[in-house]
Design a binder for this molecule. Sequence first.
Ligand code: ZN
Length: 144
Amino acid sequence: MPRRCTVCDHSERHSIDETLLSGTPYRSVAKRFGLSESAVYRHKVEHLPAHLLKAREVEEAARADHLLDQVRNLQTHALDILERAQETGDLTTALAAISQTRGSLELLGNLAGELDERPIMNVLVSGEWVVIRTAMMDALSAYP
Ligand SMILES: [Zn+2]
C-alpha cells in the first residue's frame, strides 16, 4: 500500500502549495508547517503538478460556465427584442433579433460540443495498439 503523503493530508495543504509555488525553499516550508523536509520535497515533485492541473481544470470549467451564462443572457435579450418587435410590427428589428438569436444558438451549440468533447484516442499511437501490433508481427514473422 502506498504511503500517505503528510502534505496532501495536511489541513493547510492549499497554503503549503501556495508557499511552495511562491518559490519558498521546501526546507523553510517544512519548518513553517511542522513537516519533514523529505515529505515536502516529495510532495513538491510528485503531487504539486497534479494539484496545479486540477486547479486549472476547475478554473477553466468555471470560465466556460461564465461564457455560457453570457451567451444565454444575450439569447434572452434577443428573444425579448424579437417579441417586442413582433408586437409593434417592426419587421426589420424582428429579423435582426432572429439573426442574433440564431448566432447565439450556434455559439451555445459550439460551446456545448466543446464541453462534451471527449478525448479523441489515436489508435495508432496508443500503447495497447503498439503491444497488439508487436504481438501480430511476432506471430506473423514465421510467414514472411
Ligand atoms: Zn502530497
